[in-house]
Design a protein around this ligand. Sequence first.
Ligand code: C2O
Length: 520
Amino acid sequence: MGGIYGSAALDPSIAFADPIQPPDLTKCGPASVTTTGPTVQCCPPFKGPDNIIDFKLPSPRERVRTRPAAHLVDKAYIKKYERAIQLMRSLPDDDPRSFKQQADVHCAYCNGAYDQIGFPETGLQVHFSWIFFPFHRLYLYFFERILGKLIDDPTFALPYWNWDSPPGMNMPAIFTDPNSPLYDPIRNPTHSDPSFMLDLDWSREDIVVSPEEQIKSNLNLMNTQMVSGAKKRTLFFGTPLKAGDAAANTGQGSIERSPHMNIHIWTGDPKQAHTEDMGNFYSAGRDPIFYCHHANVDRMWDLWKTLGPRRTDFTDPDWLEAAFVFYDEDKNLVRCKVKDCLDSRKLNYDYQKVPLPWLDTKRTPKAKKKTLANAFATKKRELTPLSAFPLVLNKAISVVVPRGKRSRTVVEKEEEEEILVVEGIEFDRGNVVKFDVALNDEDDTGVPAGPQDTEFAGTFVNVPHREKQGAPSFKAVLRLGITDLLEDLGADDDDTVVVTLVPKVGEVKIGGLKIDYITD
Ligand code: C2O
């Protein structure tokens, strides 16, 4: 993959750019809850194709909307926010600004209601690729402006769920009052108690550890997803998706995968057939907490761009020109492109500043090993040969994977990020699926490495939804940046790395493993 994407803007081939097109609303069809599950109707109340307008930035004279951390808001803010959601809930169902229609935007774009124009076989899917961040930014932008308009407050800003910092590591209390319009009864009841701590790496099981341990695990995960494992654009945003591509075959960005997906599943009710509301894309938008969760996801995009000189938006026209449609606060249907939303300040909103405790979280470095594969052999740990793939991951396995380059210089490491690629990942898209990945984890306590451990490399997570074609024959890919991790493991000079795959939830088949080097 490498540098092709970054340099495309300089290339005469831009004339042949192939960005994702906005859906044809006249062809909106039923969405499906799961691969085999029931269908639901979530198409917008569309009146005809002639009234679509192009997006325009808000006037710079508008006051900036500052999105507050949900745990820091005062009574006056809560009242205002509740009133806005209440008014949105009481709009008629066929009003595109109503809470029902706003929730259905997510259902339609994520559960197979739209084809891609010109590719009737391929559904439009806004997760699992580089359009994840921009789609959700624009979706929230209009949602926020509709709320502001309903209460006649042009400065109204959505709160963000500050799950990346200890005071935000629980369900924000403003959503847990059953008498509030911010409440949704279809949630995990155990997690709805604000004193219950959020596990950012939740695997559908409440393992209660001390608050200190949970915080350490959560902050390590955040550091891996934002800093050490997100040094290249495709690792942070996800891999390219062009017109005609099926998103189901692409790779998610680090934050989208985790904690974003995990928090969806953590919030949804495990007793519901399809982990509604937050735990399935078709129903996630029905919970007001969705928009608060996504405000923090969006905040991560802004923060990531402040973490280093190479952390910039893509310049590839296939990304910049990708487009969606949304209804605005005046019920106009607006065509928006990714390039319209790169700068949140130009969209006239910003985030309340709070500390970023994950920024300097460091994994405890490990002492250098002589030959790791031998260490495994001495401990009689079974190693799975690469030739055993493809395989069904029904128990934790460890595999010796060769590295192409070793002992690289600092400059070489800056240029090219070493990545672990887990290829050909097959699973039923209608189910919760999760597996974790660790490197050189020779611990034989029987407990595989988690985010609290130096050896943790990352995780793969699926929130139930349905792809247009439905069949589970798609192959997803997981790409993890591991240059820093290998240093911390003292493994930078080794010819091989031992990769441990740990199934956590659901059934998954893996096609193969390899080490690769990428420049973008
Ligand atoms: Cu469109 Cu959090 O998912």
